[in-house]
Design a protein around this ligand. Structure first.
Ligand SMILES: Cc1cc2nc3c(=O)[nH]c(=O)nc-3n(C[C@H](O)[C@H](O)[C@H](O)COP(=O)(O)O)c2cc1C
Length: 172
């Protein structure tokens, strides 16, 4: 292999090397939070987790509710994504402030967001604390999507901007 010139990188810049992460609106209790720390932990059953800083109002809600709904927004909801990621439910009713509509979840008492293309309901059965964050993890107990909705409309976020997922590529 040709000896290509390489430069070392600060740890702080390493995340830029990875593709952007999904950004979702998570509802728990009657609050909404913007989250990009969302990941799957097991396949069968499918178990999803969200990483929530201990300072967030949502953190305390998750400790008591033990359940959350992952609502998948599209680009028409960018203002709501920004608002729910910059103000706290301690001071603001984010459904009202963002002009979003509560819609009933299929299995959980928590409300979903009607304007989002899909809702994924998770019941927390594991919790892992790392430094200043807790990962709340649990199986998907129900999910629903708007007719015609696909993951291609989901948003991702990098450091400075939001993006739509890119082109589809397949191995030869
Ligand atoms: C794009 C984006 C992604 C975010 N991802 C997370 C996250 O994964 N975990 C987290 O704790 N906070 C995250 N935040 C910050 C919270 O959304 C923000 O602090 C929010 O106001 C907390 O609301 P709460 O106090 O009502 O829980 C993110 C914010 C933005 C804008």
């Amino acid at each position: 292999m040709k000896d290509l010139h390489r430069v070392s990188l600060d740890a702080a810049k390493v995340l830029r090397l990875l593709p952007p992460y999904p950004v979702v609106l998570v509802t728990t209790g009657s609050n909404i939070i913007t989250i990009n720390q969302v990941a799957y932990f097991t396949f069968a059953p499918l178990r999803l987790g969200i990483g929530v800083a201990q300072t967030r109002y949502t953190h305390g809600l998750l400790k008591t509710e033990r359940a959350f709904v992952i609502n998948v927004p599209d680009a028409s909801l960018l203002n709501a994504v920004r608002l729910c990621g910059s103000v706290s439910g301690r001071e603001v009713d984010k459904f009202a402030a963002a002009g979003l509509t509560r819609c009933p979840a299929l299995k959980l008492p928590a409300a979903g967001i009607g304007e989002c293309g899909a809702q994924i309901e998770c019941q927390v059965d594991r919790e892992m604390a790392f430094e200043e964050r807790t990962w709340f993890i649990g199986p998907v107990v129900a999910a629903q999507q708007r007719e015609g909705h696909t993951g291609a409309a989901a948003l991702t976020c990098g450091r400075e901007a939001y993006r739509l997922p890119g082109d589809l590529v397949t191995p030869r």
